[in-house]
Each structure stands twice: as structure tokens, then as C-alpha cells.
Design a protein around this ligand. Structure first.
Ligand code: NAD
Ligand code: GLY
Length: 362
């Protein structure tokens, strides 16, 4: 087992990474836990919930299962309220721990439920998608979507631990694996050029889920994310670099309707667009922008964005937490492995959008 530490004002906690971690979740429950609410969904429950319940039952604490509908479209008030209904109906008290078993949607919603139930209870992240293992389970961002914007309602709330069972990825659909690889290669682009090189060289191993390659990718991603959020828990500065590709990506998700493209697919395409913008605004070498496009393509994510038209693109992108006084700000790469936040001239942005959207061939 590998352990990576996160150290923020909101909490210091371990990330445990390795095969078989689902059987050891009891190790991460605080000693004074009164009961456990296992929050999962209708896809993950038949695969892993009984096993996790057995592991948690070893603590002797009661375990209540809360099974939610699956999908990004359900990351909303109605589903969040289902969690609160179940917690209240089952008498879950303030010393309880919520266990989030699933992908980023379950992790984000359970975390927000934990942040607000009885003004805050503890929660344990047990991510079962690659995207959640390399990104969403770490760092304490929790949220639901609003029809007008992605992750717009939420809170910072750190988990007591993150338990990553890399074996759980065996059942993940290929498309979800590709979406998770998009967030994985992001870390190379923004913080570690050697890791980007390694991802390029390891793409086949990653796509065939070679255990050693997957563990290396998850560990390096968690190390980089842990370092960034430990420096800036609340995104007042450096943490925003983790949003590379997300201004474009969130616009794609909202513009097409949540769930049409997977979050990771939208981010993958958004990184291609952000790399193009970096080449135009900061002089990122063309060869590096091309490498970004080639790697996003190689992991199986789209590299051409939907054609919403300039006006709608700008409206969609303005609903972004980095926007200040109506002015769009982008995470850009001055060089491979480094990231900075910049405003950009609208004309350049328009050119980049024009050059990166998919056009019907006539
Ligand atoms: P997801 O949670 O929708 O999971 C993808 C699909 O895989 C779902 O159908 C899920 O039920 C299924 N699944 C999960 N584990 C499985 C397994 N082991 N085997 C088979 N199927 C499995 O999507 P995601 O990509 O994990 O997460 C995306 C969400 O994460 C988005 O809502 C995004 O906004 C959020 N996110 C949050 C942060 C953060 O810092 N909090 C960071 C990145 C993304
Ligand atoms: N996924 C971006 C962040 O955690 O800050």
C-alpha cells in the first residue's frame, strides 16, 4: 500500500492507494464513529456495496446503505435531498461517518451532504472510477450542479481519509477509463513535464489497465494534487491550475447538457483548446500543443469541441468560478509542466474557438 498525505487547514488526512483496499475501510474510520451511512449508486452497489458493508461491519457499528440514481444529471438538489431524507429517517447522528462509494458524482454529493448535514459530519472517500481516484476524491471540493452552471453550489469539506482500491477499476467501462486518463495527463501538463513524458510512453499500458502503470499514474496524480491543495485549500491562488482545460470543458458539459459528454471527455477536449490558447497567448511551443492534442486523442477522448457559436461559447464560459467582474480567466501553459492564470484578448479567444470546434463538412 502507498500512502500520500494531504495537509490543509481544513484537515490532515491520508490517501491509501493499492489493490484490495475495499476490504480495509475499517482502518480509516475514526474510533468514536457511532454509525456509518454508505452512500453509493445503483451501478456501483451491485458490484461492491456488500463487500464494503462486510468490511465496515467489522467495526461493530451499524451501517445504513443509501442507494442513489446513477449519473451526472442526478447531481442535483433532488438527489442531495434523498441523502438527507435517508440520514434523518435512520437517525444518523453527528458522530456518524458518511462513506462515499463511487465515482466523482457520488463523492461530490456525499461530501456536500457531509458538509451540511447537522452543520457538518465526517466522511470517507472511497473512489471507484479512475477520475475520482486521481482527482475528485482528493482536496475537499464538494458540490452539486445548478442548471445554469456546473458545481455551482457546494462547500470545501475535507474527508477523514481517501481509500483507493485500484482493483475496482477492473469493472470500469473503457469510456470512463479514458475520461479518468484525461485528468491524469493534466497533472503532467500543469506540474510535471517528466510525468507527461511518462504518460505518453505508457498510454498502451494504461489503456490495458496494467496494474503497475495504473498505480504509478494514481500515485503521481495524488502526490501532485495533494501538494497543490496543501498549499492552497480554498483556491485563492495556485489551486486554480488544477482547472486547466476546465473553462472550456465546463462550457461543453453545460452547453450539451450534463451527461452528454463525460466530465473527463469535456476536460480532455478543453485541454486541447487551452493548449492552443497557450500557444497563441504565451508562446507554448507548437510542438507541445500538438503533443497535448495527440495524447488526448491517444487516450480516447474527443479533440474537437462542439460548435455552439461564439456568443454562446462566451456566455457558457463566463459561468466559471475563475471569472472576475465578468472577465474570463484561463489556466494556460507557458511551457510543458508549468501553469499560470491569464486573461486573454477576445479576438484571440474567438480565433482559437474557431480553430478547435468541429464543423460539419459540406
Ligand atoms: P461518475 O461518478 O458519474 O462515474 C462514472 C460512471 O462509472 C457512473 O456510471 C458510475 O456509477 C460508474 N462507476 C463508478 N465506479 C465504477 C466501477 N468501479 N465499475 C463500474 N462502473 C463504475 O463520474 P466520474 O468521472 O467519476 O466523476 C465526474 C464528476 O466528478 C463530475 O461531476 C465532476 O464535476 C466531478 N469532479 C469533482 C472534482 C473535485 O475536485 N471535487 C474534480 C474532478 C471532477
Ligand atoms: N479539480 C479541481 C480541484 O480540485 O481544485
Amino acid at each position: 500500500m502507498i500512502t500520500v498525505h494531504v495537509d490543509t487547514p481544513g484537515g490532515r488526512y491520508p490517501i491509501h492507494i493499492g489493490p484490495g483496499r475495499l476490504d480495509h475501510l475499517a482502518d480509516s474510520l475514526p474510533a468514536d464513529t457511532t454509525s456509518v451511512a454508505l452512500i453509493t449508486n445503483t451501478t456501483v452497489a451491485p458490484l461492491y456495496a456488500a463487500r464494503v458493508e462486510r468490511a465496515l461491519a467489522r467495526t461493530g457499528k451499524p451501517v445504513v446503505r443509501v442507494e442513489l440514481p446513477d449519473g451526472e444529471v442526478h447531481k442535483d438538489w433532488q438527489t442531495l435531498n434523498q441523502i438527507f431524507d435517508a440520514l434523518l429517517q435512520n437517525g444518523i447522528d453527528r458522530q456518524a461517518v458518511l462513506v462515499a462509494l463511487g465515482g466523482g458524482v457520488i463523492g461530490d454529493m456525499s461530501g456536500f451532504a457531509a458538509a451540511s448535514y447537522m452543520r457538518g459530519v465526517r466522511f470517507l472517500q472511497v473512489p471507484t472510477t479512475l477520475l475520482a481516484q486521481v482527482d475528485s476524491s482528493v482536496g475537499g471540493k464538494t458540490a452539486i450542479n445548478h442548471p445554469l452552471g456546473k458545481n455551482m453550489i457546494g462547500a470545501f469539506h475535507q474527508p477523514v481519509a481517501v481509500e483507493i482500491d485500484t482493483d475496482a477499476l477492473a469493472t470500469l467501462p473503457d469510456r470512463e477509463l479514458s475520461a479518468g486518463l484525461a485528468e491524469t495527463i493534466k497533472y503532467g501538463m500543469i506540474a510535471d513535464a517528466d510525468f507527461f513524458d511518462w504518460c505518453e510512453a505508457s498510454v498502451d499500458a494504461l489503456l490495458r489497465r496494467d496494474q503497475e502503470a495504473i498505480i504509478t499514474a494514481v500515485r503521481r496524480s495524488c502526490e501532485i494534487k495533494a501538494r497543490v491543495v496543501s498549499q492552497d485549500e480554498r483556491e485563492s491562488g495556485v489551486r486554480a491550475i488544477l482547472n486547466f482545460g476546465h473553462t472550456f470543458g465546463h462550457a461543453i458539459e453545460a452547453g450539451l447538457g450534463y451527461g452528454e459528454w463525460l466530465h473527463g471527455e469535456a476536460v480532455g477536449c478543453g485541454m486541447v483548446q487551452a493548449a492552443e490558447l497557450s500557444a497563441r497567448v504565451l508562446g507554448l511551443p507548437r510542438a507541445d500543443a500538438d503533443r497535448v492534442r495527440a495524447l488526448v486523442d491517444a487516450i480516447g477522448c474527443p479533440v474537437r469541441a462542439p460548435d455552439f457559436g461564439l456568443r454562446r461559447w462566451l456566455d457558457l464560459m463566463r459561468v466559471d468560478k475563475k471569472t472576475r467582474g465578468g472577465e474570463l480567466r484561463f489556466v494556460l501553459l507557458p511551457a510543458m509542466g508549468r501553469a499560470e492564470i491569464h486573461t486573454v484578448p477576445e479576438g484571440v479567444l474567438a480565433d482559437v474557438l474557431e480553430g478547435t470546434v468541429a464543423r460539419e463538412s459540406s
